[in-house]
Design a protein around this ligand. Sequence first.
Ligand code: C5P
Length: 230
Amino acid sequence: MIRVAIDGPAGVGKSSTSKALAKHFGFAYLDTGAMYRASAWWCMDQGLDLDSPELDEQQVTETVAALFADSHIDISLDPDNPGIHCDGQDISEAIRSSEVSSRVSKVSGIIPVRHVLIAAQKAYIAGEADEESFSHGAGIVAEGRDITTVVAPHAEVRVLLTAREDVREARRLGQAVQGVGNDDVLARDKADSKVTSFLKASDGVTTVDNSDMDFEQTLQVLIKLVEDAE
Ligand code: C5P
């Protein structure tokens, strides 16, 4: 079983390349950002005002804990059929809206919330949380901000995928034109880097700067790293 951990800032193309990498090897795929986004979406759905200066962090933590503990959430690990459902509702698109993108860091910045999600992510990677959907005997690709360092520090392949700021902004703008919500990626990185360290590779993590690479070139570099680890 090969575990591939990929971290990096927003707008670097982590999700699309990680998903394609998982497909290439027949591995499972875990988008941890989607879990934080779903948590923020759920808090808003439950009536919490994430913009309030008096946001009650304990209440947010309890609300997010209930999302996972009470099995409201269903995450597909199948890279050919990714998606996230909450109480049967497909929220895959809703969690990409600008309402969620602009508030997700408020939820992910609460340390006890992170502990809830990190435990859930470890269970997914260990194959303990995925009863019915996708078998990932061969391996799993997990991507986010703290996978190489906190969630799966012993992964067989650990990569920091990065790109210059102007390139990342341009990529996210392109996504916005395609209908994905508007997203200030640099502001999000600034907020996120207070609680996670994804701007510099930690020891043993391979940096891949794809500023001057297209999607296919990035994918080939990642495929080679996994092949070398097999
Ligand atoms: O990867 P994506 O940009 O969809 O992540 C959405 C948000 O989830 C990030 O801006 C960050 O606040 C949070 N996140 C995190 N730790 C991770 C993955 C995502 O804090 N491992």
